[in-house]
Write a protein that binds this ligand. Structure first.
Ligand code: SAH
Ligand code: TMP
Ligand code: ZN
Length: 408
């Protein structure tokens, strides 16, 4: 079967396979084990439009629904980040008298509440009903829908065009980006801006952070790929800003061609990408080799812990951990349980390898010898919170950028 790039239709082929994968956020009960859904996780790099993507993605309705397990507010650091992101949008781009801001993938309203509090006209677009409901507690107006051209028309007919369309960690989730770009073109005012930040391909390659690749992340973007995707619709990048969130992200600012000044940051970041050879397929062959080394080292480390009679518990049942656990074949024989603060995940089992997920209390009441840090993108926040674990002789196991043990 031939595969075509979702963006430019060039014939493409995967450069590796991570094997059979379940839904990354599909935490489940034992009754559901026999029906668990699997697909093959195979990444692709399109040498024509330079878009990194996965070959097969489960239907969006299988991932984003009334039981969606990811709530933005579980990280205090991200709540703070969204406050400063929103303030920056306000001060830089909302100069009209009654601005209207739309967020794509507004989740539990962690970003939009900063507009609702300031009485700024706003609308969050969020297809997962449970998280959208949470947002209403914060006075956030939400339309429970997938964003596309039809949704954009619906919004414009009721509220008019937007001054800013903003997003975080969602564009990389949407396979049909052409329809999203058409929707943005329809919804945005002539002088409006589109701002979104997404995990950055450059950081993923640099840090062998292969766990950024999972069903929801159908794309991993670079500045060059975003440029190629949006130019067809008359948009240009006017600024880019690297972010430390989620293990390295990039904020992209787009406007209609020629309408706004283009920052030097855009050209600088493109030069960085060329220097790192992000546009060459050989880079992805090296990445595959690094993934294989990482897998071997992690499995060896956990098996050694087991031989030494040490208890190891996973820290945070992240979506990313699903790729790691299933690719490496790590199950309950090596990890006793995973601790997570999200109630909807607790009492369930992790996708594919079926490690039990328990509340944080289970960890606090009985610390193990080793904690495997799945939420490595929240490392600072977690290390600060867990400083006594190290002091008391505990050991962290990390795998990004390399497999390593952290002791006092
Ligand atoms: N922006 C939040 C949430 C990211 S998770 C944050 O950064 O923390 C991605 C969110 O996008 C989920 O809540 C999911 O339900 C939503 N989503 C997925 N596809 C979408 C689409 N086509 N349009 C709008 N939202 C979408
Ligand atoms: P994510 O990596 O898919 O964004 O998910 C982060 C998960 O980490 C989420 O389920 C909540 C969990 N978590 C903890 O359990 N403890 C923490 O201190 C933090 C920051 C996150
Ligand atoms: Zn392409």
């Amino acid at each position: 079967m031939t595969l075509n790039c979702r963006i430019c239709k060039t014939i493409v082929r995967p450069f590796m396979s991570f094997g059979k994968m379940p839904i990354a956020n599909g935490f489940l009960n034992p009754d559901d084990f026999p029906m668990e859904y699997f697909y093959e996780l195979k990444p692709i790099f399109c040498e024509n439009c330079l878009t990194f993507q996965i070959a097969e993605q489960p239907d969006p309705e299988k991932m984003f629904h009334e039981n969606y397990a990811f709530f933005s507010r579980t990280s205090k650091h991200m709540v703070n980040h969204f406050r400063s992101y929103a303030n920056w949008v306000k001060s830089e781009y909302l100069s009209s008298s009654d601005p209207f801001v739309v967020e794509i993938g507004s989740n539990d309203g962690a970003m939009m509440e900063n507009f609702s509090k300031n009485k700024i006209r706003h609308l969050g677009i969020e297809p997962s009903a449970n998280v959208a409901k949470e947002a209403s507690k914060y006075g956030v107006n939400t339309l429970c829908s997938f964003f596309n051209l039809a949704t954009a028309k619906n919004i414009v007919s009721k509220d008019g065009q937007a001054d800013a369309i903003i997003a975080a960690n969602v564009m990389c989730h949407i396979p049909g980006l052409h329809d999203v770009a058409k929707g943005i073109d329809y919804l945005l005012k002539p002088m409006g801006v589109v701002i979104f930040e997404e995990p950055y391909l450059g950081d993923m390659i640099e840090n062998t952070a292969y766990d950024q690749i999972y069903d929801e992340h159908v794309y991993m973007f670079s500045v060059r790929s975003i440029h190629n995707i949006f130019k067809k619709y008359g948009f240009e990048l006017i600024d880019v800003k690297h972010q430390t969130t989620h293990g390295g992200s990039m904020r992209y600012v787009l406007a209609r061609n020629g309408k706004r000044t283009v920052s030097k940051n855009v050209e600088k970041q493109i030069a960085y990408e060329d220097d790192k050879k992000l546009h060459l397929s050989g880079t992805y062959d090296k990445f595959r080799e690094q993934c294989e080394i990482s897998r071997k080292n992690l499995v060896d480390t956990l098996q050694q812990q087991k031989r030494d009679g040490k208890r190891v518990v996973g820290y945070a049942a992240t979506s990313k951990s699903t790729t790691v656990l299933n690719y490496c074949g790590i199950g309950p024989d090596l990890i006793e349980f995973i601790s997570d603060t999200t109630p909807i995940k607790q009492g369930k089992y992790s996708p594919g390898v079926h490690i039990p997920v328990f509340s944080y209390d289970n960890l606090k009441n009985n610390y193990p010898d080793g904690l495997l840090l799945f939420a490595w993108n929240h490392k600072e926040e977690i290390m600060a919170k867990e400083s006594s674990f190290l002091k008391n002789g505990g050991e962290w196991i990390t795998y990004v950028p390399h497999v390593a043990l952290i002791r006092k």
